[in-house]
Design a protein around this ligand. Structure first.
Ligand SMILES: [Zn+2]
Length: 312
């Protein structure tokens, strides 16, 4: 656990539009920091370059401001920090904790027999694990990624919201990519390097990222870094229980804004969904600071119905 004053972060990814679900997670992260009289860093997670949409980072910043969620430092932009990630990769190479992997995504899926989680991909079957870091030099011309030797046991952790958490091996196990064949760091490595470098003491994010956390804890250990506390909050889903999508109506913040929805109305809905208000009523982010409690946030996803959306 990291000590010292509270430091949190807001980390939008400019790969798509921000929607009501993102806003709820940002609100919780912002309130946790403000209630602790802590500091917040804004970080733009833009290393997934093929999927980054032009203007999306600026738009995410504008939408945070619209909601009244401010920050004290940043924006810190991942694509401007590549040398930091390269240093971390070299440290992992020097310890033989990573090896060059020439498998394509379909190679891995074909070779893996276990069923796999939708977002994490198949458990890597170890095809290239016999290589050493220096073997990369002999792969001239062949694209390769760097894969981390995860070992048999994925660390459990004490989640700030969920309590003790252990992720099943088929969800988080297996050697994972820390550096893509495109020559850029993978999400897991970049966020670990960033959160450590920025002195983040608590990471609050959606619970779709729970399977990433054991991997990130392994990287903290391998790099000799102190992990933050992790708190994973439930997502916002549609009435069918699925993650918000087009079929649930237009829940993009940009669409709500242009339809004339007031930020206080959306904040009131989100605050009610977290148990901080007895009914949906307009409220500002500042007014919510003294009302913030972890204990009232329901452990289940928040179901955004068409009626709740229309009432905005
Ligand atoms: Zn491989």
């Amino acid at each position: 656990m990291a000590g010292g004053p509270y430091r949190g972060r807001l980390a939008p990814s400019p790969t798509g539009a921000q929607h009501v679900g993102n806003a709820r997670t940002y609100l919780i992260a912002w309130l946790a920091a403000r209630a602790a009289s802590g500091r917040l860093v804004l970080r733009i997670e833009d290393i997934d370059s093929p999927r980054v949409k032009p203007g999306a980072a600026e738009q995410a910043c504008a939408e945070l401001r619209w909601l009244g969620l401010d920050w004290d430092e940043g924006p810190v932009v991942q694509t401007q920090r590549l040398p930091l990630y390269e240093v971390a990769l070299r440290r992992l190479q020097a310890q033989e904790l990573v090896y060059p992997c020439t498998c394509t995504r379909s190679d891995v899926e074909r070779a893996a027999s276990a069923p796999h989680a939708e977002h994490e991909g198949a458990v890597y079957p170890g095809t290239c694990a016999g290589r050493r870091a220096a073997d990369a030099a002999a792969l001239s011309g062949r694209p390769y990624a760097w894969r981390f030797r995860a070992g048999p046991a994925m660390p459990a952790f004490d989640d700030g919201f969920r309590g003790p958490t252990q992720v099943a091996p088929e969800e988080s196990g297996g050697d994972f990519v820390v550096w893509k064949s495109a020559g850029t760091p993978a999400y897991q490595l970049a966020v670990v390097v960033d959160d450590a470098d920025l002195g983040i003491t608590e990471v609050i994010r959606g619970d779709d990222l729970v399977p990433s956390t054991p991997r990130q804890l392994l990287l903290y250990r391998a790099l000799g870094l102190t992990p933050p506390r992790f708190a994973h909050v439930p997502l916002v889903v549609g009435p069918d229980g699925r993650r918000l999508a087009k079929r649930h109506g237009d829940t993009r913040l940009a669409a709500l804004r242009s339809a004339g929805v007031k930020p206080e109305a959306l904040l009131g809905l989100l605050a009610w969904s977290c148990g901080w208000l007895p009914r949906v009523e307009p409220v500002s982010a500042r007014e919510l600071v003294p009302l913030f409690r972890w204990a009232t946030i329901p452990p289940r996803p928040f179901v955004l119905t068409p009626e709740l959306l229309a009432a905005l």
